[in-house]
Design a binder for this molecule. Structure first.
Ligand code: FAD
Length: 484
């Protein structure tokens, strides 16, 4: 029995580790020169630079549970300093109201007093308090639904930059059922979204008070956590644990083809070699998975291609602190689309995390908006745009002392309206070839804990199937699919 895992991002690494620990021989093949995929931490000149994710949600248990299992629990860190995030409105940084959930206020007063919205705009939002339920039965774009209930300003100035930014997808295309299904429950239970948000806030505050009473003196880490040395520590630890469990980790080895061979699979590698496995986990973005299934399972390949992927570009800049005139009293700023320009957000990494930049310097992460032509501009133009944005907004004089760009070309899944149906269609098509399993950010959650959970679930499915399979069933299924 042996398994091939294609792709060495967090999903593939987690799947390979779980299978290895079940005593199953595993080869993990990663096309790139290093493991970790989008998780990529660089240590240079005293800076800790995250080229991909910089944190993950502690409220989704799969992430913190894995960190603790790997013996890294003590290295978990919460965010530092003041948690304020600003929205740039007409070149001015306006703080987001305190107590904002993913899109809804969880406290009434800070929201009511926020200068982010005018009184007429707030009155428009208040219509939600009396409006009847309006959620359609089918999926809808988060932005379209929120505009209907709370008006355009909330979507353009708050929800769009916040949620659309996290998912790299314009909010008027983003699937409500895939991304914020809680809005459906909120409307069903409370009718008004504002009332639902406030009820949620009361529930969260009561739960936090209970946790504090149960662990007096313990300092809660907060909703977003990382590791002291960056998230590269996580992928390195998963890889080390997988290697200890006997997994063969191969970098610089792309998988080019998969074809059925009896009940197993023959993989063709970029170096021209071929090898047979009893099962395969494809843990690449869906568009890369599609290329491996074009020949053996074209129906699945077509459905995979229906999941759109965007491009993500991140520019990291560092400056001497005494060149930055504005006080960095928060974690960064978001830029609504209406402000124009290719930059969507700037994280003040040196303020958000302790120990990420040497004393006397600041470290900034600038996100390029994946809309229009922006991400297809050359790196040099994007660096210039990122510099102009940061230098103007924060009144910075002089040259940066460190510049980096990270680009993920057509590798960011976009959860547009209908995403869950597209994933269900892919899964149905894959039933024709049970020797091959898909997992990763393109399907059921882009956050690291979601990817970890998907990697573990894929490993459990494969291990379960290998333990009780009847090879003749699989040959029949595949022959039937090929004839379709
Ligand atoms: C800039 C940025 C910021 C982010 N911020 C956050 C954040 O703060 N918090 C959070 O939770 N998430 C964040 N995310 C999302 C998260 O990082 C990703 O969803 C997650 O890392 C994806 O992991 P994965 O293993 O599914 O895929 P990937 O990391 O994409 O790994 C897939 C791997 O497959 C390899 N591959 C592709 N084709 C082949 C082939 N044919 N043969 C062999 N190998 C192949 C690729 O080289 C790649 O290494 C961010 C993402 C980006 C880009």
């Amino acid at each position: 029995m042996s398994v091939l895992v294609v792709g060495g991002g967090i999903t593939g690494l987690t799947a390979a580790r779980s299978l290895g620990r079940d005593g199953i021989p595993v080869v993990l093949a990663e096309a790139g020169p290093r493991l970790g995929g989008k998780v990529s931490t660089e240590h240079a000149d005293g800076f800790t630079i995250e080229h991909g994710p910089d944190s993950f949600l502690a409220t989704r248990p799969a992430g913190t549970a894995l960190v603790r299992e790997l013996g890294l629990g003590e290295k978990l860190v919460g965010t530092a300093g003041t948690r304020t995030v600003y929205i740039r409105v007409r070149r001015r940084l306006v703080p987001m109201p305190e107590g904002l959930g993913l899109v809804l206020p969880t406290r009434a007063l800070p929201f009511a007093m926020s200068p982010l919205f005018s009184w007429p705009e707030k009155l428009r939002m208040a219509k939600d308090l009396v409006a009847p339920r309006s959620m359609p039965d089918e999926d809808i774009a988060v932005g379209v639904y929120l505009r209907r209930r709370l008006g355009d300003p909330l979507v353009e100035r708050l929800a769009g930059p916040l949620v659309g930014g996290v998912y790299g997808t314009p909010i008027d295309e983003l699937s409500l059922d895939a991304v914020v299904p809680t809005l459906r429950t909120a409307e069903r239970e409370h009718r008004s979204l504002l009332l639902a948000g406030l009820a949620d806030g009361r529930r969260m505050r009561a739960a936090a008070a209970q946790r504090a009473a149960a662990n007096p003196g313990a300092k809660p880490l907060g909703a977003f956590v990382s590791l002291r040395g960056g998230l590269g520590w996580l992928t390195s630890a998963v890889a080390a644990s997988a290697a200890l469990a006997g997994v063969e980790l191969r970098t610089g080895l792309g998988v080019r083809s998969l074809e059925p061979s009896g009940a197993g699979v023959v993989a063709g590698f970029a170096d021209g070699t071929r090898a047979r496995f009893d099962a395969v986990v494809i843990a690449t973005p869906a568009n890369a998975a599609a290329r491996l299934l074009d020949d053996p399972l074209p129906a699945a390949a077509r459905r995979l291609d229906a999941i759109p992927h965007g491009t993500s570009v991140l520019v990291t800049l560092a400056y001497p602190r005494d060149r930055v005139s504005r006080e960095l009293d928060g974690h960064g700023y978001l830029v609504p689309r209406s402000e124009g320009g290719p930059i969507a957000a700037c994280t003040w990494s040196s303020e958000k995390w302790a120990g990420r930049a040497p004393a006397g310097t600041v470290l900034l992460r600038m996100f390029v908006r994946d809309e229009g032509e922006a991400t297809s501009l050359p790196d040099a133009e994007l660096v210039a745009a990122a510099r102009a944005d940061a230098e103007r907004t924060l009144s910075i004089r002089g040259e940066p002392i460190l510049v980096r760009t990270a680009r993920y070309e057509r590798a960011m899944p976009r959860y547009t309206v209908g995403h869950l149906d597209r994933v269900a269609a892919v899964e149905a098509a894959m039933e024709a070839w049970p020797a091959v399993t898909l997992a990763g950010a393109s399907y059921r959650g882009v956050g690291l804990p979601d990817c970890i959970a998907q990697g573990q679930a894929a490993a459990a499915r494969v291990a379960g199937r290998l333990a009780q399979r009847d090879p003749s069933d699989e040959e029949e299924l595949l022959a039937a699919a090929a004839g379709r």
